[in-house]
Design a binder for this molecule. Structure first.
Ligand code: PMP
Length: 360
């Protein structure tokens, strides 16, 4: 049984080297006689695994001591509520930019706690572009400005970091985290569900500027209070130990690949290849404004939707898996995160070319 190229948007493919290492350490982690899953989270061994993972992430992403790094649970979706509960402080309103399905979910949840101002939206374009910041209707008294740098479903990605002035900038980096260099210092808070570029689902990494801690509303559940989680080294309760360990292995692997600079170059090349192929072949189309095409998630349609299932069947037969587009948009979607090797993209392009030739 050989490994397939898995284009799933998440949970997504993980580096084979990481899986092999986890496999080799499964029964007996470095002479402890147990797997990481079975270790006390208070043991020296696990505390070391956890601290090393955080340190490696800090190095990879360039996170200074001005920021706390939290390893939380409940996926990125739990942050949709956690953010307003913690960041509103004595303010009532927050700005959000609506560029797709994940923005909308964040907005809907925030509305339960905040007076949400949708500062800009590209819904009228079918979420195929991103409004220039000059037309955003942001408020000076907003507690924060939230945006979604990469819309995983639409395949729409910002090519700029918004300037939010003194208002803390909050970013859902679930599907773009660690895929290219980003200046963390421009952000008040970054969060990312792990299951794309970091590790197993359920884990969510939160990077928060320390001056934003300690403002949680009184009714905030303890497990959602950033200050509590930070004060306890993300071990207020039993953390997702195995996921944290696996994330640590992914961070080590990323460092070996040359870090986010090298990943950014590889990812740009992978995405360019695939978009160039789609643009150059009449049988395939991608609707996104070329300036804002995602490096991570590449949706595309076939000239005839009636051929979709045949396309998917042929892809499966070649070990090119999970190419079906999200149920809300249809068509196909190839997610090509850090762990998708360039050969996977080449194999996909070869198959697409062949299919178009035969059926186009
Ligand atoms: N935000 C974005 C951009 C996502 O892609 C996803 C998951 N696909 C989520 C949030 C939700 O993540 P989770 O399922 O971990 O709650």
């Amino acid at each position: 049984m050989s490994r397939a190229f898995n284009f799933c948007a998440g949970p997504a493919t993980l580096p084979e080297a990481v899986l092999k290492q986890a496999q080799s350490e499964m029964l007996d982690w470095r002479g402890t006689g147990m797997s990481v899953m079975e270790m006390s989270h208070r043991s020296d061994e696990f505390v070391n695994i956890a601290e090393t993972a955080e340190q490696d992430l800090r190095e990879l992403a360039g996170i200074s001591d001005d920021y706390a790094v939290l390893f939380m649970q409940g996926g990125a979706s739990s942050q949709f509520a956690t953010i307003p509960l913690n960041l509103l402080g004595d303010k009532t309103s927050a700005d959000y930019v609506n560029t797709g399905i994940w923005s909308k979910k964040a907005i809907a949840e925030a509305k339960r706690y905040a007076d949400v101002n949708v500062a800009a939206s590209s819904e009228d374009t079918g979420f195929t572009t991103i409004p220039e910041q000059s037309v955003w209707n942001t408020r000076a008294d907003a507690a924060y400005l939230h945006y979604t740098p990469n819309e995983t479903i639409g395949g729409l990605e910002y090519d700029f970091i918004p300037d939010s002035g003194d208002v803390p900038l909050v970013a859902d980096m679930s599907s773009t985290m660690l895929s290219r260099p980003v200046d963390v210092n421009k952000f008040g808070l970054i969060y990312a569900g792990a299951q794309k570029n970091i590790g197993p689902s359920g884990l969510v990494v939160v990077i928060i500027r320390k001056d934003l801690l300690g403002k949680a509303r009184q009714q905030t559940p303890t497990m959602m209070n950033y200050q509590v989680i930070a004060d306890n080294g993300s071990m207020y309760n039993t953390p997702a130990t195995y996921s944290w360990y696996l994330a640590g292995l992914v961070f080590k692997w990323l460092k070996e690949q040359g870090g986010v600079q090298a990943m950014g170059e590889i990812n740009a090349r992978k995405a360019r290849k695939l978009y160039d192929f789609i643009d150059g072949n009449d049988f395939y189309a991608n609707p996104i404004d070329p300036r804002f095409r995602s490096w991570m998630n590449v949706p595309f349609t076939l000239a005839d939707d009636a051929l979709n299932s045949e396309f998917l069947k042929g892809a499966d037969a070649r070990g090119l898996l999970n190419l079906k587009g999200h149920r809300s948009v249809g068509g196909m979607r190839a997610s090509i995160y850090n762990a998708m090797p360039e050969e996977g993209v080449d194999a996909l392009i070869d198959y697409m070319a062949e299919f178009a030739k035969e059926r186009g």
